[in-house]
Design a protein around this ligand. Structure first.
Ligand code: ASP
Ligand code: MG
Length: 422
């Protein structure tokens, strides 16, 4: 059995959905689980609607737009006005409106309730279409299979319950096509939860792990895992294969091609993960699997939106273990992830994602003890398996704020391009 995952871009229009059906047809797999994300940018649209509602602003126009978008796709796929899909879209719109009108005060809980509708719309439409073109498939609710804790917006999978629920639905099947939603789940009390943004890849991995699938394929708008983002770097090539470890590290440093949580469950069961292009689906992509590399092309990973914070001690004291422990304790308490760090005699510097309210709390808590400086709008560039010739090209014409080399990795925190004198 194989698991296929299709992201928002692969279901963003009627043509994209037709293309998805062609992919399924040519694969000729007789047992397939298909995981689909919300269409196009509809998760962002739902987030926007929710923000407007939460801040007491009118949101109806955006809700109408979202409905129009889905109905527009339906009108191209299902010309018959009485096709049952229209009734289903109507019911989902009502459910979405009711969720928005709910007096729920816990924002994260409301978020999951509202935003989950994106995947419900997309799978309703894709399911209706696949069945209409004789790719008989059964729609299964991810909210009845993926069980998380009640940590809304960032649900942690309850593996025991999830495995049981998935096996109840699919365990005794040996063939057929089954479609389900990525990203969305429920807690054990049936409250809707989500796995965190871009979490549909993770859903595919959870299903594959629980059912011991033969492989997972993530269909993307890129030909596979590339050595760098082609929008950011002129010379890129595709990896034919990558070890689980290399791929996991790449996602850790910010490569967005796969959701970071996806690799682990697959690596544990040695299930291969294929990254392939939905635009060019006859071509092989990258296979992530249980291999050792002798040598690997360097990977360049860009992570924008960084903030460099330096904690400087006062009164001629030094940065010692107890000061570091104080700082780290608060990082953990405020749940702030450190992307790079460096320590010197009198100061300790870290690079973290865009400063937000968590960061302000941290700075307030530590300003009694340290002088704190920060620079924002920086970019962290990581080069895995670097060779030295590459490094000057990375830093060319850029201000270097922090730099670090280990045997295999190079990391640099860069400011804006430096104005040239020519
Ligand atoms: N629709 C969700 C998001 O955009 C999940 C996903 O696409 O993986 O974050
Ligand atoms: Mg997406």
């Amino acid at each position: 059995m194989k698991v296929f995952k299709f992201g928002g871009a692969s279901v963003c229009s009627a043509d994209a959905i037709r293309n998805l059906s062609n992919i399924i047809r040519v694969q000729e797999s007789d047992f397939l689980i298909i995981v689909v994300s919300a269409m196009g940018k509809s998760t962002n649209a739902l987030e926007h609607i929710l923000d407007l509602k939460y801040t007491g602003n009118p949101y109806q126009v955006f809700l109408d737009e979202l409905e129009k978008y889905h109905l527009g796709i339906c009108s191209q796929l299902f010309p018959a006005k009485h096709h049952p899909v229209y009734q289903s879209i109507d019911s989902l719109m009502i459910s979405l409106k009711l969720s928005l009108e709910n007096e729920e005060t816990n924002f994260n809980r409301l978020y999951d309730r509202v935003v989950s509708h994106g995947e419900l719309f997309s799978t309703t439409i894709v399911n209706a279409y696949l069945n209409s073109v004789d790719l008989k498939c059964q729609l299964l609710s991810a909210q009845e299979m993926i069980v998380t804790d009640s940590n809304f917006r960032e649900g942690k999978v309850r593996w025991d319950l999830t495995k049981k629920a998935i096996n109840e639905k699919l365990g005794n099947r040996t063939r057929g096509y089954y479609l389900t939603q990525g990203f969305i789940a429920s807690d054990e009390y049936r409250n809707w939860t989500t796995l965190g943004r871009e979490g549909s890849d993770y859903t595919a991995a959870i299903l594959a792990s629980c059912l011991e699938a033969d492989s997972v394929t993530i269909w993307k708008d890129v030909p596979g895992v590339l050595t760098a983002d082609p929008d950011q770097w002129p010379h890129t090539s595709k990896y034919q294969s990558l070890s689980y470890g290399e791929a996991a590290e790449m996602t850790y440093y910010g490569a967005s091609v796969i959701h970071p949580k996806t690799i682990r469950p697959l690596a544990v069961k040695k299930i291969p993960l294929l990254v392939r292009s939905f635009l060019d689906y006859h071509t092989e992509g990258t296979e992530i699997m249980d291999i050792q590399h002798e040598q690997l092309e360097p990977a360049i990973i860009f992570k924008p939106g960084q903030c460099l914070i330096s904690f400087q001690v006062r009164d001629f004291s030094f940065i010692n273990e107890s000061k570091l422990s104080l700082i780290f304790h608060l990082f953990e308490e405020f749940n702030i992830r450190v992307n790079m760090m460096q320590s010197s005699a009198i100061s300790f510097s870290v690079s973290v994602d865009n400063p937000d309210s968590k960061m302000k709390n941290l700075i307030n808590s530590l300003s009694g003890e340290f002088d704190i400086f920060y620079n924002d709008q920086l970019e962290l560039v990581t080069v895995k398996n670097y060779h030295p010739d590459l490094l000057p090209q990375i830093t060319a014409n850029r201000e270097v704020l922090l730099e670090q080399k280990t045997r295999k990795n190079y990391q640099v925190l860069l400011g804006k391009p430096v104005e040239s004198n020519i």
